[in-house]
Design a protein around this ligand. Structure first.
Ligand code: C2E
Ligand code: MG
Ligand code: MG
Length: 465
């Protein structure tokens, strides 16, 4: 819809998500010299084009997806792709080369006679509506396409790899403008380094996507109905075999019927930006219990609470967590925040700041799943951790005949490292007596695993105190 008045041109456009108002400074500067019709053309240009490559943007392609038949498109598959490790191109070769690569991709998309229309959506994300073809033919065409843009003009020896999701025609047409989410979801399966991956969206992925949408939209209602429960898994001192504390682990009594474990919903809420709501519930429930036990004169041991890697970059995170704990009047030293080292992959500076701020507030801090991310060792000297939690995958390897000696050597060294750094060493997921005995011999101090106890409903944990 275009509204005009003599001074200002306002264009309201629905971009598929919401109604947006655009008025560019370009038009304001040029207001006197351009006719209203010319201004509309400039607006359209800005609205449909991307400023870096000059090529079409998402605003151009989405109406064609939503109303494909009105644009004379009979059948199409939807393609969504990005550049693997685009950051490296920026860092190594600089912005100009990186921008040239983006431009080269748009030129290439434009040249393909099987591409109906295409766009650079944002950053290094691109979308294409392509001719519907049998899967093998589509794959072949796309492989050739990516081969043609697999180098930098500035350095032909540098290989560029892509991650590409393809939504076949039937699903594309059925999904309408939700097709972009499907393309992104398929693309996300492309996790192998140094290779271009083309992944087709399947009916199974679609079911998974529907389930994700259902769970996300039901979240607020589930919170209102108090469907989230906290289980506590005790941590045991390996020498005295007495309780040292516990880890709070969330469970979802979905619609009061099915008990869902975190693996089924935590990643969904992480990718939907909703995980903070879950982590807040856990922290509040833990604080409430600690306060209650304090009033009842029960012994108080620290309880650890997981902070999702996706929350680490949230502005004001530590103030927010501190406010919650203070609102229950719980001593900060009774709360142990667990962060996985993989949080540092997203933004190491943020992780350093968050840990520093938690430490200054007197909270305890654990590094969860130690050894599973690539940043483990480099983080240890620069961050204030209290406890290092050896990941279950290492503990699994000890006490079993195959490869036991090698696995024992690794765990022994991790325990020694923790001790040298003055950290408490905790082994996750010990299930057998043999494992616990080996861990004790290595000098590991705390064990959290099924050997001692599974995660328990709070009432059962209370009985152990
Ligand atoms: P995690 O923080 O590493 O928690 C330990 C997981 O290992 C728990 O699984 C626990 O039940 C399991 N475990 C402990 N000992 C054993 C054992 O001996 N054998 C076996 N097979 N498993 C053992 P759970 O409760 O399913 O949680 C899985 C993951 O979900 C957690 O890993 C954590 O990353 C995430 N998670 C759980 N609760 C929360 C939460 O409140 N917030 C966030 N952000 N993530 C959570
Ligand atoms: Mg944990
Ligand atoms: Mg863990």
């Amino acid at each position: 819809m275009i509204k005009k008045n003599p001074e200002i041109i306002q264009i309201f456009v629905n971009n598929g998500h919401n109604q947006v108002f655009i008025e560019s400074s370009y038009t304001q500067n040029d207001r006197s010299s351009k006719s209203p019709e010319e201004k509309v053309i400039i607006f359209k240009d800005l609205f449909y084009h991307d400023t870096i490559t000059g090529y079409y943007n998402w605003n151009y392609i989405w109406p064609r997806i939503a109303f494909f038949d009105q644009y004379g498109i009979q059948d199409y598959s939807f393609v969504y792709f990005d550049i693997k490790d685009f950051k490296a191109v920026n860092v190594i070769y600089g912005h100009l080369t990186a921008n040239n690569l983006l431009k080269n991709i748009t030129r290439h998309m434009e040249e393909m006679d099987w591409v109906y229309c295409s766009a650079r959506c944002d950053n290094d994300n691109f979308a294409m509506m392509i001719k519907d073809m049998p899967e093998e033919e589509t794959r072949e065409k796309l492989e050739q396409f990516f081969e043609g843009i697999s180098y930098l003009e500035e350095d032909r020896n540098y290989r560029v790899y892509y991650r590409c999701g393809v939504v076949p025609m039937r699903i594309s047409v059925e999904m309408g403008n939700l097709v972009a989410d499907a393309g992104k979801q398929a693309k996300a399966f492309g996790t192998k380094p140094f290779t271009t991956e083309i992944i087709f969206f399947t009916d199974e992925m679609r079911e998974e996507q529907n389930r994700a949408i259902q769970l996300r939209t039901y979240l607020d209602c589930a919170i209102e109905r108090d469907e989230f429960l906290v289980y506590l898994q005790p941590k045991y001192d390996i020498q005295t075999e007495k309780i040292k504390g516990a880890e709070a682990l969330i469970r979802w009594a979905y619609k009061g019927k099915t008990m869902l474990s975190p693996g089924l919903f935590v990643p969904l809420f992480e990718s939907g930006g909703l995980i903070g709501k879950i982590d807040d519930i856990v922290l509040k429930k833990v604080c409430m219990k600690l306060k209650e036990w304090d009033r009842q004169g029960k012994p108080l041991y620290p309880i650890s609470v997981n902070i999702s890697r996706k929350s680490v970059g949230a502005p004001g995170l530590v103030d927010h967590l501190t406010e919650i704990v203070d609102s229950y009047g719980v001593d900060h030293s009774l709360i142990d925040f667990e962060l996985t080292e993989s949080a540092a992959n997203d933004n190491q500076d943020n992780m350093i700041k968050v840990i520093e701020a938690l430490y200054n507030q007197g909270f305890k801090i654990s590094m969860d799943d130690f050894g599973t991310g690539y940043s483990s060792l480099s983080l240890l000297p620069i961050m204030h951790f209290d406890t290092l939690k050896i990941d279950k995958s290492f503990v699994d390897g000890i006490g079993k005949p195959a490869e036991c000696a090698k696995n024992c050597a690794v765990v022994k060294q991790i325990v020694a490292l923790a001790k040298d750094l003055n950290l408490i060493c905790l082994a996750e997921g010990a299930e057998s007596k043999e494992q616990v005995e080996l861990l004790r011999d290595f000098g590991c101090e705390v064990v959290q695993g099924y050997y001692y106890s599974k995660p328990l409903p709070v009432e059962d944990y209370e009985k152990l105190l």
